[in-house]
Design a protein around this ligand. Structure first.
Ligand code: NDP
Ligand code: GDR
Length: 327
């Protein structure tokens, strides 16, 4: 039975990846940070077969212990401070967790492997935010990185450190440059879920409007359940490498609003949307659209859920959740 260690198991991707690996017969260990982390219950309820370990990406010895207990064949580093807006307010912490945390887990991986670096494979959750002020349209693996937030800068550090461990030590290390991916499990701080949750509450008469920031930004949005499959596929290749994972299509926030409100049977979204500079960012990433050709050709990966299906799925899930809460 192959063994996997996942950091960030309490997050959106951690839950989907746990389900995928368990369905493939893996023994799955999940790293959970903090004392009495409330999300531990979510993991226990959603994926009860995951074995929970305590640890933090900023604490190398906790990572070394997690490796020693789990003895993994595959490591998926999904843990991060992942909210871009928050990263300006907590830039140093974001650098420590999202950036230097990658070095810590790479080092723990190398210490665990000892003389046999081939005994473990490593996945790093890199991000399209690294492209920032985009230098190519669409963005591909070779596109110059130009991050626009402390989060993006920290991810660039993690990305290059992953490549460096591959080149320096021969570690089977892959960096998945994933574009935005969403689901009913998406945190409510991110724009898709903020919108679908608000649409559900507006439809049920629990809220009058939703207040957003920049409506012009464009993102390449896919379904998280599809994207964790690409992570797994990367670690099944003969060599580690870097891959863009994206749909190849981009949508504006305005289009997101149109689709989400329509999914709840509301045609005129403009009547319910306000803007506030509070939600604008010091530097914006205006346009993301990925070129997933390499992932398709090498990994045989393709997204299965369309943007419209994704947003409709999220609105329906939020309607059910809000109805249950209002009862
Ligand atoms: P989430 O924000 O849902 O999950 C982040 C996870 O990281 C949580 O489990 C969180 O734990 C954990 N974490 C935070 N701080 C630490 C720490 N100090 N030590 C250990 N773990 C920590 O993110 P997603 O699931 O959406 O994303 C997974 C990864 O992929 C992240 O690295 C993200 O940056 C990256 N990514 C995501 C994309 C997306 O569109 N979703 C696109 C590209 C990359 P806790 O619950 O305790 O806070
Ligand atoms: P992003 O996702 O920054 O792309 O990072 P987010 O959903 O936060 O923002 C997307 C775009 O929407 C605009 N926006 C708003 N965003 C939020 N959160 N709230 C608002 O009210 C709002 N109004 C407009 C933003 O300005 C932005 O342009 C996500 C995270 O998952 C990262 O961890 C990941 O690396 C990238 O996707 C790829």
């Amino acid at each position: 039975m192959p063994r996997a260690l996942i950091t960030g198991v309490t997050g959106q991707d951690g839950l989907y990846l746990s389900e995928l690996l368990l369905s493939k017969g893996y023994e799955v260990y999940g790293l959970v940070r903090g004392q009495n982390n409330p999300k531990i219950e979510l993991v226990r309820r959603t994926v009860p077969d995951v074995k929970i370990l305590t640890g933090d990406l900023t604490d190398l010895s906790s990572l070394v212990r997690a490796f020693s207990v789990s003895q993994p064949d595959e490591v998926y580093n999904l843990g991060a401070i992942s909210f871009v807006a928050y990263s300006w307010e907590n830039a140093s912490l974001t650098s420590d967790v999202t950036g230097k945390g990658v070095l810590n887990i790479l080092e723990a991986t190398r210490l665990y492997a000892g003389d046999d670096i081939s005994k473990v494979r490593f996945y790093q959750a890199s991000s399209s935010e690294m492209y920032g002020k985009v230098q190519d349209v669409p963005q591909k693996e070779s596109t110059l990185l130009w991050p626009r937030s402390p989060y993006g800068v920290a991810k660039v550090f993690g990305h290059y450190m992953t490549i460096n461990y591959r080149e320096s030590y021969g570690l089977h290390a892959s960096s998945g440059i994933l574009f935005n991916h969403e689901s009913p499990r998406r945190g409510p701080e991110f724009v898709t879920r903020k919108v679908t949750q608000a649409v559900a509450r507006i439809k049920l008469g629990l809220q009058d409007s939703v207040t957003l920031g920049n409506l012009d930004a464009k993102r390449d949005w896919g379904f998280a359940g599809d994207y964790v499959d690409a992570m797994w596929r990367m670690l099944q290749q003969p060599e580690g490498d870097d891959y863009v994972v994206a749909t190849g299509q981009t949508q504006s926030i305005e289009r997101l609003l149109e689709v989400a409100f329509q999914a709840a049977g509301i045609e005129d979204w403009r009547a319910y949307v306000k803007q506030d500079p509070r939600f604008m960012r010091p530097a914006e990433v205006d346009l993301l659209i990925g070129d997933p050709t390499k992932a398709r050709e090498v990994l045989g990966w393709e997204p299965k859920v369309s943007f419209e299906e994704l947003i409709t799925m999220m609105v329906e899930s939020d309607l059910a959740e809000q109805k249950a809460l209002a009862r």
